[in-house]
Design a protein around this ligand. Structure first.
Ligand SMILES: Nc1nc2c(ncn2[C@@H]2O[C@H](COP(=O)(O)OP(=O)(O)O)[C@@H](O)[C@H]2O)c(=O)[nH]1
Ligand SMILES: [Mg+2]
Length: 391
């Protein structure tokens, strides 16, 4: 049906049809509609274009929504969302055997190569350890100047926020070169390893609001901490009071630009010629500061020992809830070392077991006192079975 359009309209229609970018397409279509003839014969055409416009806008909204979801779930390139009971970053020079090690203990099939930059972005894999999962993240090979490159800087940002760093040192190569490179770049990224724990430890997380552990060590109340965080508009944060701490120590910890991260050394390629001597050398030079675990991914040697060492360095404990008369739950609640009954109760059901707390029974099979009645501030131990009762 002829609709007697103007040449201007025709031209704009061409522009609209040639535009691929969604946002721009919407702009061009709106322009086209404004140029559309008003007479009755063109009514149908205008309706079609309006419908199309509504479709495009809905599509744009959907794409934006997906992008927001990607951002908050951390699946954007180079960002790793923490999953499992804890996260460990494998840091080493290129070819130090990081990918081989991850492949040996997880279902991952990372590329293994003799050439540099096999793994250009931090890449996660999941280690099933006993009844929990530990996330292992391969960090791209560290080199002198990593911190000056954008990829390196991005990777070091992941390392900064991790729960534990596994320094992968290749026993078939010169030790000093590797350690100097790794420690140098970490230092420039203001990441300190195995420094004495400060009284207050801060960790930024993707989700979760305010999580506060060890409040019994704080001079004030939990409300004070939360009010302070709210006043500074800080969310998604874990605050751990690890020793007696004052309000000023909390403020200082929030402002510190230095990150303190637990670390250990995984000495890789324990099967290679000369590895025994280099392991000795590593022990002599760095044994004071780090636990050193020798492994061979190729021969499958000491991989279990490594998993336990990684678990130990996460500083977490597992507790199991139980309903009277039933077996304990198979899956543990994972909490930082130093947690108390209240922390476990909050993880199960805050309103029910903290706000309406009546009693908790802790069962320790191997203890002299097998069962004990305890309160909310009672410290938990690894392997505790806990029964919670509410009013
Ligand atoms: N002899 C020996 N070679 C290994 C071992 N693990 C890895 N390699 C070799 O070291 C090279 C680099 O390994 P890769 O896992 O890609 O290191 P990445 O760059 O740190 O991820 C490859 O040629 C591997 O075959 C091991 O346990 N023993
Ligand atoms: Mg690799």
């Amino acid at each position: 049906m002829p609709t007697n359009v103007t040449p201007e309209f025709d031209k704009q229609r061409q522009i609209y049809e040639d535009t691929e970018d969604l946002e721009q397409r919407i702009v061009e279509l709106e322009k086209l509609l404004s140029l559309a003839p008003n007479h009755k014969g063109a009514e149908r055409m205008r309706a079609d274009y309006r419908r199309k416009l509504a479709q495009l806008k809905a599509q744009l909204e959907k794409e934006r929504e997906q992008a927001r979801a990607r951002r908050s779930s951390g699946t954007e390139e180079g960002v790793v969302r923490k999953e499992g009971a804890g996260q460990i970053c494998l840091v080493g020079v290129t070819n130090s055997g990081k990918s081989s090690l991850i492949n040996a203990v997880t279902n991952a099939e990372f590329d293994v190569g003799d050439y540099p930059f096999t793994t250009p972005l931090p890449t996660p894999a999941m280690l099933a350890f006993e009844d929990i999962n530990i996330q292992l993240v391969e960090i791209p090979g560290i080199f002198e100047g990593s911190y000056d490159s954008s990829i390196g800087r991005q990777a070091l940002a992941v390392v900064r926020n991790t729960d534990c760093i596994a320094l992968c040192v290749d026993l078939s190569q010169d030790i000093d070169m590797q350690m100097n490179t790794i420690l140098g770049e970490l230092d420039r990224a203001r990441i300190r390893l195995n420094k004495e724990k400060t009284a207050v430890r801060i960790e930024r997380v993707g989700l979760g609001g305010h999580m506060i552990y060890g409040i019994q060590n704080f001079e004030g109340s939990k409300e004070e901490v939360i009010n302070y965080l709210k006043a500074r508009k800080i969310t998604n944060i874990i605050v751990r009071f690890q020793k007696r701490a004052t309000f000023q120590q909390l403020v200082d910890a929030m402002d510190a630009s230095v990150a303190y991260v637990r670390a250990l050394i995984i000495a890789t390629k324990g099967d290679a010629p000369g590895s025994k001597e280099r392991f000795q050398e590593l022990e002599e030079k760095y044994g004071d500061k780090f636990d050193i675990i020798p492994v061979s991914a190729e021969k499958g040697e000491n991989l279990d020992g490594m998993s336990w060492a990684l678990y130990d360095h996460l500083d977490i404990l597992r507790v199991y809830t139980k309903i009277p008369g039933r077996k304990r739950e198979d899956k543990p609640i994972v909490l930082p070392v130093g947690s108390v009954v209240e922390d476990a109760a909050a993880k199960v059901h805050k309103e029910l077991f903290v706000e309406r707390f009546k009693a908790a029974t802790i069962i320790r099979e191997n203890d002299k006192i097998k069962r004990r009645q305890v309160g909310l501030s009672y410290p938990l131990e690894e392997g505790d079975v806990i029964q919670l009762a509410h009013r």
